[in-house]
Design a protein around this ligand. Sequence first.
Ligand SMILES: *[C@@H]1O[C@H](CO)[C@@H](O)[C@H](O)[C@H]1NC(C)=O
Ligand SMILES: *[C@@H]1O[C@H](CO)[C@@H](O)[C@H](O)[C@H]1NC(C)=O
Length: 168
Amino acid sequence: MAFSNKPHFILIFMVSCFILTLFVSALDVSNAVAEAPSPGSGGDGYLPLSKKHVIIHNVVNNKQTLNVHCKSSEDDLGLIHLPWNQTWGFRFRVNIWDTTKFVCNFTWYGGGSHNFDIFDVWRDDNEFGQTPVCSVCIWEVGRNNKDKAMCRIPRDGANPYCFKWDNN
Ligand SMILES: *[C@@H]1O[C@H](CO)[C@@H](O)[C@H](O)[C@H]1NC(C)=O
Ligand SMILES: *[C@@H]1O[C@H](CO)[C@@H](O)[C@H](O)[C@H]1NC(C)=O
């Protein structure tokens, strides 16, 4: 009796493996889709644990290298030397309490030293925030040293959202 059941179990095992493989590859695909650019969608990703990609673009007007140092309460991303007109970025997930915040210091020759909250859930991941929700959050740094110190660039070509430094 046990003998005649054995091929049956093997078959079930093989089918299970196959289904599992399908499931895993489906997950991979959905990840890839989630990361793909989604032009025009201001409403992507304000769910707990949503994935974020912050990109920093050095556009300081004296064309110097920008020194970037970003931190959250958990992570210190180290000091980055970003040549003019280059970009650098980092990825993370918003924490389950929706309190994730990254602060960056920016310094460059002839430009001084400035702080800015580069990611703030209330501004960047909130339907009612000051700026549309972003999953890829692109910032131009140093268009000027006043009202356009930090500009978030919408992916759909709309006008940028510009801010002063958080300190002077
Ligand atoms: C940026 O500089 C200020 C004051 O100089 C300091 O308090 C803060 O911790 C620095 N932040 C980062 C991310 O290095
Ligand atoms: C800045 O970089 C972009 C993308 O690499 C390039 O197309 C552009 O010409 C550069 N701008 C200047 C002024 O070099």
